[in-house]
Structure formats: C-alpha cells, structure tokens
Design a protein around this ligand. Structure first.
Ligand SMILES: NC(=O)c1ccc[n+]([C@@H]2O[C@H](COP(=O)([O-])OP(=O)(O)OC[C@H]3O[C@@H](n4cnc5c(N)ncnc54)[C@H](O)[C@@H]3O)[C@@H](O)[C@H]2O)c1
Ligand SMILES: *[C@@H]1O[C@H](CO)[C@@H](O)[C@H](O)[C@H]1NC(C)=O
Ligand SMILES: *[C@@H]1O[C@H](CO)[C@@H](O)[C@H](O)[C@H]1NC(C)=O
Length: 479
C-alpha cells in the first residue's frame, strides 16, 4: 500500500480545478539534498546494541507498569524516517550546528515572552503567525514537511521570508516521533501552535489517507511528544469550521452539533478535537482548538477559490461558481465567512497568551488543565458571486462565470461564525472586511506572480511605504 501523493500539482485536486498550477508558478521538482550531520563512529554500534536491548526491556517494563511510558529513542545512526511520514517529507536533521540554529530561533527576546513551536510554519497561516510572534519577541521555531499538496515554491518562499526575520523552519514531519522528542529535548517550549495539517475539502476524494496521516496520526504524534515533554507546553491548534458539517443552525456556535461532518477533512478535524480531549483528560495538557472560517490573504493557498479565481480570471479562463442545490433557506450561491489572515493570527496569539498551563509532568497528570474551543471567523458571510465581483474590480478584468449545481464533494453551502465566545475570552475582534483584505491579497498576488501587471494596476505601494506583508517576498530570492 504505497502512500499516494499528488506528485504533479494539478493531478490531485483536479476535482475542483483546485491546485491546477500553470507554468509561471515555477515548479520545483527537485528536493533539497539530504544532509547527514552525523558521523558514525564504530564504538557507537555496540552502544546502539546495548541501548536497543535496554530500551526494549524498559519499554516492556513501562508498558506493564505505566501507561505513560516515554517512547524509546532510536539510536542516532538509524535512518530518520518515520513510518507515518510521507516520502516527500523524508529528511535528515541533527548535529551541533543544527541544534544551535534551533536554539537561536526559539530564543525568547522579551521578558515574559513565550517559546513557541509552530507546526505548518511554511504554510499560509503558519508563516503569518510565526512572523507575528517573532515580531513581538517570542521565541519561534517552525516545523514543516514542505509536502507538495500545492506549489512547494510558495512554501519555500514563506520559509525564506521567515528566515530573514530570524525564524528557522525545520524540514521534518509531525509524525516523526524521534524528531519531535529531539526538538522538545533541545528547547523547553512553553507553547505549541499546531497548524500543520492536510487541508482542503475536495482533495480527500483523491487522497483520503493523506488526511488520516497528517490530521490524525500526525496529531497523535505531536500530542504524544507534548505530553512527554518536561515542561509540558500548552497546545493551541487549528480545527475548522467544517466540523459544523450539516448543522443548519446559524450562526455556528461552539455548542452546536458537530457530529455530522460532510467531508473526510471535517471528520479528521472532528476526530482531532476528540483526541485532544483525551490528552487533556489523561495527561493534563492545556488544549485549545480554534475553528477557523475560510482564511484568505497574501501568501494564501492556491487550492482555495479566491486564489484560483484570481489566477483564472487573469488568464481569461472560465471560473466555476457553485449554486447550492435544493434552494435552501439562505443564499442561492455558496457563501463563506471569509476571514482575513491577520484577524486569524490575532486570534491565535490571543489563544496562546490566555492558554493556561499544562499540569502534567513526566507523562503524569497533576491537575485539571484548560480545554477550550473557539470559533475564529469574520461574522459576515459573503456569497461567492460577490467575491468574484470584488476580484473583477480589483483585477480590472471581467470574469467568465460558469454557474453549476454544487456537486456532493464535501463543500457545505454556507458558513457563518458566532465569535462571541472568542470575543469575550480572547478579546477577539475581526477588523478587516473582505474588500480591504482582498485588495491586500491581490496586491501581493500581482507582485509575486505578475510584477509587470502590478505596475500597471498601480496597486504597488512606494518602495518603503506601508506595503502589505506580501511585499517582503516579492524579491526574486523568494520566488
Ligand atoms: N486556510 C483556511 O481557510 C483554513 C480553514 C480552516 C482550518 N484551517 C486549518 O488551519 C491550519 C493551517 O492551514 P493553512 O491554510 O495555512 O494550510 P497550509 O496547507 O498552507 O499549511 C499547512 C502546512 O502544514 C504542512 N504539513 C502538512 N502535513 C505535515 C506533516 N505531516 N508534517 C509537517 N508539516 C506538515 C504543509 O506543508 C503546509 O505548509 C490547518 O490545520 C488547516 O486545516 C485552515
Ligand atoms: C453565540 O454564542 C453564544 C455563546 O458563546 C450564545 O450565548 C449566543 O446565543 C450565540 N448567538 C447566536 C445569535 O446564536
Ligand atoms: C515586511 O517588511 C516590513 C518592512 O521591512 C515589516 O514591517 C513587516 O513586518 C514585514 N512583514 C513580514 C511578514 O515579515
């Protein structure tokens, strides 16, 4: 059963025309050369045999005596491949220079600051969140497997952006228990912001197992590492508005039903919420799930509608707009509670700041730890037709619209967040409307992919003016 990967962008998400990436997206099919930092002195071999026997018997003893046994570490020479990791994530790590880089990146630079492991840091939300934390002086270490679900050049561009602000993104998999144990060994993280996941609803029709690997097995591996760490970090992680599934009570509130998911993606996020509860209950991990509602902005995801609509409108290709079947009580076209990435990041940061401590140590719970769930949305759903109107205006190009009945592919017709809980407990107040946020996205998009058009559109700001964060990546090194 070989793990299925969408090797070629567009092969997988073709179902939704999603990740179909055209040539100017700069495909990079090569991988970074593997770096092996470890020499293997012969004496280590006997140590390896000795410790294998030791850890094996220790493991047996622990399994019999305690449910909270730490996972045994494999010896340093063993190839660092996780059974759960996808092949694209296979990489090597370790060594004194590597550890120094990890420590430097995670070093706290303000009093009372956090030291945060940000998973999915080369991803859309992850790169913005990591940059925001770093800007205010928190220690930040990124972790990402740079998988090719979508254009990896974009991920490397984000990581390059972070590198310039002093954030190192470790190339590795959240399901690599050995790597995680090492990271927690090197850095006493106070917090984990867990954003790594297999995202997207429609891709599950093509590669269902990728969702199970990242969102279920990966989450468990991460929580295992967190509960075994000393000190235990507080964990804040991204769930999704998709857990509301077929719920028709609007706006969606945290106490609404979430037991009728409409996609495998939603089901794995829901499973994640239940799994997180277990780790809170047994090990005293402080856990906060954030249910994001359709996040958009500069450095966004190419598999999302606002992004590929922009690409297709500029290319003169028709775009497909779904009409909700059955003429439901709401809109005729699909509506989304589009939320600007800066608002989401503010919610993430507030969740970290208010997280409250994990209580466990040595894998044992010492008391009750916080368990929280919040919606992070914009609270104003916009029909996708209106999204297209706005894009036409910003791009100065008329879209060729193809309106079709929504297929049963996992998309839900309508999302609308009730954020009063996040407002009360996190001080969360979304402040960017769709027009303002889309303008920032379009400015970034044009500068990143079509600098010549950006000039023409006069969306470009003066060279050292208050440009969008996207401007930082528009240099050739980030392409
Ligand atoms: N963007 C949205 O609209 C939205 C909405 C709801 C929830 N979310 C959730 O928010 C989080 C961030 O989403 P995003 O839009 O930034 O997605 P993204 O795909 O841009 O970022 C996720 C990152 O995680 C990395 N990753 C995936 N599997 C990994 C693994 N096994 N090990 C290490 N890294 C891995 C990917 O390479 C990617 O860079 C995800 O958990 C997603 O499910 C996003
Ligand atoms: C929003 O959620 C809060 C609980 O956090 C609830 O009291 C309130 O009634 C909800 N509002 C609506 C309009 O559903
Ligand atoms: C981009 O650069 C500007 C100015 O150099 C800076 O203020 C901003 O924080 C940077 N954004 C990111 C995401 O690094």
């Amino acid at each position: 059963m070989a793990p299925q990967l969408t090797g070629v962008p567009g092969s997988g998400a073709a179902a939704g025309g999603a990740a179909a990436v055209k040539p100017q997206f700069h495909h990079y099919h090569h991988r970074l050369p593997p770096r092996h930092h470890h020499s293997s002195p012969a004496s280590l071999l006997s140590k390896l045999a000795f410790w294998s026997v030791c850890s094996l018997s220790l493991l047996l003893a622990f399994l019999l005596l305690s449910p909270a046994a730490p996972a045994p570490r494999a010896a340093p020479e063993s190839p660092r491949r996780s059974l759960h990791a996808s092949p694209s994530s296979t990489t090597s790590w370790g060594g004194a220079a590597w550890e120094k880089k990890v420590r430097a990146s995670a070093r706290i630079r303000r009093s009372g600051g956090h030291s945060v492991l940000v998973t999915g840091a080369a991803g859309f939300v992850g790169c913005h969140a990591a940059a925001a934390l770093r800007r205010r002086g928190d220690g930040v270490l990124g972790l990402d497997n740079f998988n090719d679900y979508y254009d990896t050049a974009l991920k490397r561009g984000r990581a390059a952006l972070l590198a310039r602000s002093g954030v190192y993104v470790v190339h590795g998999d959240i399901a690599d228990a050995e790597l995680l144990a090492k990271l927690f060994d090197v850095v006493p993280f106070t917090h984990v912001l867990h954003l790594a996941a297999q995202a997207g609803v429609r891709h599950a029709l093509v590669d269902p197992m990728s969702y199970v690997r990242a969102n279920v097995a990966g989450l468990v591996a991460l929580l295992e590492a967190a509960r075994a760490a000393n000190p235990q970090p507080a964990v804040v992680w991204a769930s999704s508005s998709s857990v509301y599934g077929l719920n028709s009570h609007v706006p969606f509130s945290e106490h609404d039903r979430t037991d009728r998911p409409a996609s495998l993606y939603a089901a794995t996020k829901k499973a994640g919420e239940e799994i997180a509860h277990v780790y809170n209950h047994i090990y005293g991990l402080s856990l906060t799930a954030l249910r994001f509602f359709t996040v958009y902005g500069p450095w966004g995801r190419p598999d999302m509608a606002y992004f590929f609509f922009t690409k297709d409108i500029l290319a003169g290709r028709p775009i497909t707009i779904y009409e909700s079947a059955g003429g439901g009580s709401h809109q005729t076209t699909i509506s989304r509670d589009f939320t600007y990435v800066d608002d989401i990041v503010k919610g993430c940061v507030a969740a970290l700041d208010t997280a409250g401590r994990s209580t466990g140590s040595g894998g044992k719970k010492r008391g009750t730890a916080p368990f929280r769930t919040y919606n992070l949305g914009n609270t104003s759903p916009v029909p996708v037709t209106q999204l297209v109107d706005l894009l036409e205006k910003l791009l100065k190009v008329k879209a060729v619209r193809k309106v079709v009945k929504m297929p049963r592919n996992g998309d839900v017709p309508y999302t609308h967040a009730n954020v009063s809980l996040a407002q009360r407990e996190l001080g969360y107040r979304p402040s960017t409307d769709l027009q303002t946020g889309l303008k920032k996205f379009v400015r970034w998009y044009l500068e990143y992919y079509h600098p010549e058009l950006a000039e023409k559109h006069k969306l470009r700001t003066s060279s050292n003016g208050k440009g969008s964060r996207g401007r930082n990546g528009s240099s050739s090194s980030a392409r």
